[in-house]
Ligand binder design. Structure first.
Ligand code: BG6
Length: 493
């Protein structure tokens, strides 16, 4: 084997059973992440990878599938033919029909599965989570094992509770790893360092000094090949209920007493439980639901959402959501948090913008119109960075003020390669680290909070507001902030 074992690596003796082993997620994210860990040594040397799927392939056929579909997705910088060959040797493919009650018994005969730390990664639709867990239990494979559940975990509060109840009857909560890959992003981790490793920001991180906070996760891509899935899901379930509310909870949480998994998750939960419930009139006023029409993206014409493959022609599914959220606690009462996400927007950017209040009195004469120069921007992607905007004096006579900034671009400070979110999270599962996974109560609190929005949209006949692909979403999203005397960062002059 070419792979070395590296500091921070996962425990060495594991069987990583990847259920849905020929699916899109396995191909695009999980197998490339496992290869990355194999290549850089963090995956250790001995753990086995056991992809499982219904596809009737033999071992050789599966390896050929991996070579054809996964290899081209590996970043060229980490493609090393020797490492790739030794990675393939770690794989044992098992074809089985998961709908059969006794389907999983065959896994008992796969070398290592009974002795090693078992991990079951359920890279399937949520409707299969319960039958798969029951099948694993019937095969006597669940004791001491860990199970990883992909999002979306259910469709609403009731369905996620039903899944959590059924999975919870088989696995204890500390065996369950609910994945939200945003929590594995380096910049999200860095938010803990920034907030709790510096004395500078924390005293200002509250209603007295913060005027508003924006969280944007914008995508340039459309729904790609996932039209069928997406049309039943929409942006609120796909992005807001999980990624955006998780980001919000990390931005707004109280300092945990340690980075212990439950210490962090307890504090996030407190934020989710303190979200101001939305009543019908709040939803009409403070939630914008949009859907993209044909437009131009990346310089080329692109179709509208309802023309995408797999999408119904009269679909009312939202591809954009912007909303104003408030947190009812002493730290944040009255501070608006503006959240926004969408597909086919004008750029791919994920960032958190903390707008500080203007000075209470200007001794320096007239301040520039937008004193939004008091601002901290945490950019998650692309090009992760932290930028602090402030006002400075233009050299010369008089007191002419202009915006200046301090820039902390991480790639200038740290030469190390960034670990992809999936790689970090998979290594955490293998090592038994739960801090970056969503606990049941957090997840249900998030569903509970979005429920009235889903219900209102179900009831209302109003269609989502159209926006042209390649723009920043419906005009109503700008109006939402304008009403509060502010604007989205990219609209600021
Ligand atoms: C996934 C959503 O969870 O996150 C996708 O299902 C979305 O629709 C993706 O495209 C965005 O993730 P990232 O890491 O590319 O920002």
């Amino acid at each position: 084997m070419t792979a070395r074992t590296r500091k921070g690596s996962a425990s060495d003796d594991f069987s990583f059973v990847l259920i849905g082993g020929t699916g899109d997620l396995a191909m695009r994210k999980i197998l490339p992440a496992l290869y990355a860990g194999h290549h850089d040594g963090t995956l250790g040397e001995h753990g086995r990878i056991v992809p499982v799927a219904q596809t009737a392939l033999d071992q050789q056929g599966y390896i050929q599938w991996v070579n054809e579909h996964v290899k081209p997705l590996v970043a060229p910088a980490s493609m090393d033919e020797n490492a790739w060959a030794s990675f393939l040797k770690r794989i044992t493919y098992v074809a089985l029909d998961a709908s059969r009650a006794d389907a999983f018994a065959v896994l008992r005969d796969v070398p290592g599965v009974l002795k090693a730390q078992r991990i079951f990664y359920l890279a399937t639709g949520p409707s299969l989570f319960v039958p798969i867990c029951e099948g694993l239990a019937a095969a006597g494979l669940t004791e001491g094992a860990r199970v990883v559940l992909e999002k979306p975990l259910g469709h609403d509060l009731a369905s996620s509770q039903a899944i959590n109840d059924a999975v919870g009857a088989i696995f204890d909560e500390d065996q369950i790893y609910r994945i939200d890959h945003y929590l594995g992003k380096e910049a999200v981790q860095n938010m803990f360092a920034l907030r709790f490793g510096n004395v500078l920001f924390e005293p200002l991180w509250r209603r007295e000094w913060v005027e508003s906070i924006q969280i944007t996760v914008a995508e340039e891509l459309g729904v790609e090949r996932r039209g069928d899935f997406y049309d039943k899901t929409g942006a609120l379930r796909d992005m807001v209920q999980n990624h955006l509310l998780q980001l919000l909870s990390i931005v707004a949480m109280e300092p945990p007493h340690s980075m212990d998994a439950d210490a962090v998750r307890d504090e996030k939960l407190r934020v989710l439980r303190a979200l101001k419930p939305l009543r019908d009139e709040d939803i009409r006023q403070n939630v914008v639901r949009g859907q993209y029409r044909a437009g131009v993206s990346g310089g080329a014409p692109v179709p509208g959402y309802v023309e995408e493959p797999g999408v119904s022609h009269d679909s009312a599914t939202e591809t954009f959501v912007a909303l104003k959220v408030e947190i009812e606690n002493w730290r944040w009462a009255g501070v608006p948090f503006f959240l926004r996400t969408g597909k086919r927007l004008a750029g791919r950017v994920a960032e958190i913008v903390v707008n500080f209040r203007p000075v209470p009195h200007s001794a320096l004469g007239q301040m520039p119109l937008r004193a939004g120069s008091n601002r901290l921007t945490i950019r998650l992607q692309p090009n992760e960075s932290v930028r602090l905007n402030a006002l400075g004096k233009v050299p010369g006579l008089g007191m002419d003020l202009r915006g200046v900034y301090l820039d902390l671009a991480f790639d200038r400070f740290f030469a190390q390669n960034r670990m992809e979110a999936y790689q970090r999270l998979l290594l955490d599962v293998i090592a038994g680290r739960l801090a970056l996974f969503v606990r049941r109560d957090e997840q249900e609190a998030a569903w509970r909070w979005v429920a009235p929005i889903l219900e209102d949209w179900n009831r209302s006949l109003a269609a989502p507001k159209p926006y042209a692909a390649g723009t920043w979403g419906p005009a109503a999203a700008s109006a939402l902030l304008a009403r509060e005397g502010t604007c989205w960062l990219e609209e600021e002059s």
